[in-house]
Ligand binder design. Structure first.
Ligand code: FE2
Length: 259
């Protein structure tokens, strides 16, 4: 069986009429939803990998909820550093809280296990996976030793060798060691950096997608980072017995720089 799903990240939705970094992020999400309906309405589900709302107000989550209601497929959600967990739960309900106390989730579909991890931590820009979450992850992996697993979370754990490496998952060692208890980790997919990347790191496959908000150019000490209006990007994941492919769909083009 072939599993197909889309991942959106870094939506940074603002309340109606407000912009983020000059961009109407709600309108951009509408374009993403239009793209899914036009091209991917037959996929199994959609994952939102955090930074759903730019400033975390309930009005932003209400706008998000109204926009994604147009998606003809299930939507599975976790949070990022821009999100406000109480505001999110106020709008989306408390049912999405796992026994970890965070917005973690397991999806079993077509011979795969997909695990969403909430790496947001109030007051922090970098990512935190608590010991409770790591234990929970280990248990969820142990239940699925016979099938491939794809992990999705907001923050990248791996080094991208860019300036923003200092806001990735802090102390990723327990996370990586836990992932290595499973023989078939197919992908670890994140957003956060507003940049497309693929990597192997400590023997595991890691991917980031640019997401729906502005995109960042590669920043290094001698190459200052620039923010571009596009692409608005989602990932299209196709997975079967043979392997897992991540395609990147730029539903918004655009290389204009934001000043
Ligand atoms: Fe973001």
């Amino acid at each position: 069986m072939t599993l197909k799903f889309v991942v959106m990240s870094d939506l940074h939705v603002m309340p109606q009429g407000k912009l983020s970094m000059t961009l109407d992020t709600g309108a951009r999400l509408e374009q993403a939803v239009d793209a899914v309906i036009a091209r991917y309405s037959g996929v199994d589900f959609c994952v939102l990998a955090g930074d759903l709302a730019d400033l975390g107000e309930p009005a932003a989550y209400e706008r998000l909820q109204a926009i994604i209601a147009r998606l003809p497929i299930p939507v599975h959600i976790t949070l990022g550093n821009h999100d406000d967990r109480p505001s999110f739960l106020e709008v989306f309900g408390t049912g999405s809280i796992a026994e970890t106390g965070k917005v973690d989730k397991v999806i079993d579909s077509k011979g795969h296990r997909i695990i969403l991890l909430d790496s947001s931590e109030p007051g922090r820009v970098d990512g935190v996976l608590t010991p409770t979450q790591v234990d929970w992850l280990k248990a969820r992996l142990a239940e699925a030793m016979d099938r491939p697993v794809i992990v999705i979370l907001h923050h990248n754990a791996n080094a991208l060798h860019i300036e923003s490496d200092d806001i990735r998952i802090i102390d990723a060692d327990p996370f990586v060691a836990t992932l290595k208890t499973h023989p078939y980790i197919r992908q670890v997919i994140a957003g956060h950096v507003h940049l497309t990347s693929t990597a192997t790191w400590r023997g595991l496959p890691f991917t980031t997608l640019a997401g729906g908000h502005y995109s960042c150019t590669v920043d290094q000490p001698h190459i200052p980072m620039r923010r571009l209006t596009g692409p608005g990007q989602m990932a299209f994941v196709i997975s079967d017995d043979d392997g897992t492919t991540v395609l990147f769909d730029d539903f918004i083009d655009g290389n204009a720089e934001i000043f």
